[in-house]
Write a protein that binds this ligand. Sequence first.
Ligand SMILES: [Zn+2]
Ligand SMILES: [Zn+2]
Length: 181
Amino acid sequence: MSGRISWHEYFMAQAKLIALRATCTRLMVGAVIVRDRRVIAGGYNGSIAGDEHCIDVGCKVRDGHCIRTIHAEQNALMQCAKFGVSTDGAELYVTHFPCLNCTKLLIQAGIRHIYYEVPYRVDPYAIELLEKAGVGTTQITVDLNAYVQVMSKVSTDPALTYVPESKAQKDEYGQSVGKIV
Ligand SMILES: [Zn+2]
Ligand SMILES: [Zn+2]
C-alpha cells in the first residue's frame, strides 16, 4: 500500500476499528454513518446505558440469542437521534451486512447506500426491502494489515508527518521530509 487511502477505505477502516469496542463478543460489529464525506455517527454492538457488559458478566441469552445488546447500526442511529443529527440521504459503512431489523431502521432513517464488508446472514427479506426502497448495497473489503506499516511511519516520524513515497523529498541523510499532502 502506498499513497493516500480512498474514501471507502477511510470509512470502512473506521467501522472496523469501532468494532473493537463491541462488548458482546458473539459478533463484533462496527458502523459509521457518513454524510457528505463526513462521519456523523459511529456505533458498535453493546449494552444499553447503565447495564452490564457481556464481556464482564456473560451474555444474557434468550431463545439462543443475546438480548443484552443493541446492534452497531442501531447505536449509530440512536446517536443521531440523541444529538439531533439528520440521517436523511446518508450512507452507512458497516463491518457485517445489517440484520432484518437494522435494515428496516436504516431504510426508515433515510440511509441511501450501505457499504458492508462481510455478507453475514443476509436476510432475503432485507434484500427485498432494500431493493423496494432503492437503497444500494456494495461490498467493500479493507485489509487493515496493509495500513500498519504506514501507520507506524506516521507515529514514529519526529515531525508527525506522512509523505507518500512518490511525493517525499529526501534530506541529506536520505530521510523523508516534507509536509502532509
Ligand atoms: Zn452478549
Ligand atoms: Zn442488526
